[in-house]
Design a protein around this ligand. Structure first.
Ligand SMILES: Cc1cc2nc3c(=O)[nH]c(=O)nc-3n(C[C@H](O)[C@H](O)[C@H](O)COP(=O)(O)OP(=O)(O)OC[C@H]3O[C@@H](n4cnc5c(N)ncnc54)[C@H](O)[C@@H]3O)c2cc1C
Ligand code: SF4
Length: 334
C-alpha cells in the first residue's frame, strides 16, 4: 500500500473544501473520503486506488435516520448498513431495502459499511483488482481483459465494448426500485440526484461510474413515502448461501388489488453495469392480472436487450427465473 495522509473532517464544509482540491472524484482520485473503509482499504492494499490523502468522514453529523413530513424517510450518509437494515421503519415500510442489505456481505462488514460507501462500492471484476492486467476502468485505454477472459459473473445489461463490469451492490438494487434520491453537497452548493441518474453506464468512459465531481460529499438518501398496500421482496441468487455477491437478483415492489397489479417497481442486480431498473418489466405488469404468464412476459421484456459474454449466457435465464419467482412469492395470496 502506498503511503497517504489521513485527516479528520469535523464538519461538512471542511470535508467538501478539502476534497475539492482533487482533480477527479472518479477512479484514481488523489483525495478520497473514507467511511467504513471496507471497499476503499481493500483497493488501496491492491494498489488499485492510491490516494495521497484520506478524509475521515466518520465524525460528520450524517448518522441519523428520520421520518420526513411527507411520510418518506431520510437516511444519513454515515448510517451503518446494519442500523439501516434493522431500523423499525425500514423493516415495516421499506422491507425490500432491509432484505437487500441483509443478503449482502457479513454481519461484521455490515456493521462498518455505510450508506454512502455502499452506493459507491466498486465492481468485483477480478481484472479491475489485478494491476498486472489491462482494464479500461482502472487505466483508461488499456483494454478490457474480461471480454476475452473470465466473465462468468459480469454484466449482460448496459455493457459496452470497453467494459462489462457488474455493479455488485444489493442495497443499490432496492434503492433503485424504491426510487431513492441521493443528496450531495459540493463546491457549488447542494443538489439532489435520482438514483437512476446517479450511476453511469460504462460507454467509452468506464472509469466514470457516477455523476460525482471533486469535493462532492453525499449527505443523505431520501425515500418517497411507501406506496399504500404494497408488497415487496428482494430475491438474490448466488453460488453459495451467504457471503457472496449476486449472480442475479430482483427487487420488486407491487401493489395488487382484486388480483390485478396496479403499480409495479422492478430492479435487477448482478446483471447490470449499474443498478438496473426495468421500466420495461413494470409496463408489462401494470394493470395486468398477477399470473405466471404475465410474470414471464415481464421477465422476457426485462432481459430483451441482454448481451451475454462467452461465459455468462446462463444469466439471461437465471435473471428471468429470479424475477418470475420473486413476483410469484410477493403476490401469492394477494
Ligand atoms: C468480503 C466482502 C464481501 C462483500 N459482500 C457484499 C455483498 O454480498 N453485497 C453487497 O452489496 N456488498 C458487499 N460488500 C461490499 C460492502 O457492502 C461495501 O464494501 C460497503 O458497503 C462500502 O461501504 P464503506 O462505508 O465501507 O465504504 P468505504 O470503503 O469507506 O468507501 C467506499 C467509497 O465511497 C466513498 N465515500 C464514502 N462516504 C462518502 C460520502 N459521504 N460522500 C462521498 N463519497 C463517499 C469513498 O471515498 C470510497 O470511494 C462486500 C465487501 C467485502 C469486503
Ligand atoms: S469489465 Fe470493466 S472492470 Fe473488468 S476488466 Fe473490463 S474494463 Fe476492467
Amino acid at each position: 500500500m502506498k503511503t497517504f495522509e489521513l485527516t479528520r473532517a469535523n464538519d461538512n464544509t471542511q470535508a467538501v473544501s478539502a476534497a475539492a482540491n482533487a482533480t477527479t472524484a472518479q477512479q484514481g482520485a488523489e483525495i478520497r473520503f473514507i467511511a467504513g473503509g471496507t471497499t476503499l482499504i481493500d483497493l488501496m492494499k491492491l494498489n488499485v486506488e492510491t490516494p495521497q490523502k484520506l478524509i475521515d468522514v466518520n465524525h460528520l453529523p450524517l448518522g441519523k435516520i428520520d421520518n420526513l413530513p411527507d411520510g418518506g424517510l431520510t437516511i444519513g450518509a454515515m448510517v451503518r448498513n446494519s442500523d439501516l437494515a434493522y431500523h423499525p421503519v425500514v423493516r415495516k415500510n421499506y422491507a425490500v431495502l432491509s432484505e437487500a442489505i441483509l443478503s449482502g456481505a457479513s454481519a461484521q462488514l455490515r456493521n462498518m459499511a455505510t450508506t454512502a460507501g455502499n452506493l459507491l462500492q466498486r465492481t468485483r471484476c477480478m481484472y479491475f483488482r489485478d494491476t498486472a492486467t489491462p482494464c479500461n476502468k482502472r487505466e483508461p485505454g488499456s483494454g478490457c481483459a474480461a471480454i476475452t477472459g473470465v466473465n462468468r459473473s459480469l454484466a449482460i445489461l448496459g455493457t459496452s465494448e470497453h467494459c462489462i463490469a457488474t455493479n455488485p451492490s444489493d442495497m443499490n438494487v432496492a434503492l433503485a426500485a424504491l426510487e431513492a434520491t441521493i443528496h450531495i453537497r459540493g463546491t457549488k452548493g447542494e443538489r439532489s440526484v435520482p438514483i437512476g441518474d446517479f450511476h453511469l453506464v460504462p460507454g467509452d468512459t468506464p472509469h466514470r461510474e457516477t455523476v460525482l465531481e471533486p469535493g462532492d460529499l453525499i449527505t443523505n438518501v431520501t425515500l418517497p413515502p411507501p406506496a399504500p398496500g404494497n408488497r415487496s421482496l428482494y430475491l438474490k441468487l448466488r453460488d453459495r448461501a451467504s457471503y457472496e455477491f449476486a449472480l442475479a437478483s430482483a427487487a420488486i415492489i407491487v401493489t395488487v388489488a382484486n388480483g390485478r397489479m396496479t403499480r409495479a417497481r422492478i430492479a435487477l442486480g448482478g446483471v447490470g453495469t449499474k443498478p438496473w431498473r426495468s421500466t420495461e418489466a413494470e409496463r408489462e405488469l401494470t394493470d395486468q392480472l398477477a399470473t405466471p404468464a404475465v410474470f414471464q412476459k415481464a421477465a422476457d421484456a426485462a432481459l430483451r436487450d441482454a448481451k451475454p459474454q462467452s461465459q455468462n449466457g446462463f444469466k439471461v435465464e437465471l435473471a428471468k427465473r429470479c424475477l418470475v419467482h420473486a413476483l410469484k412469492l410477493a403476490t401469492q395470496n394477494a
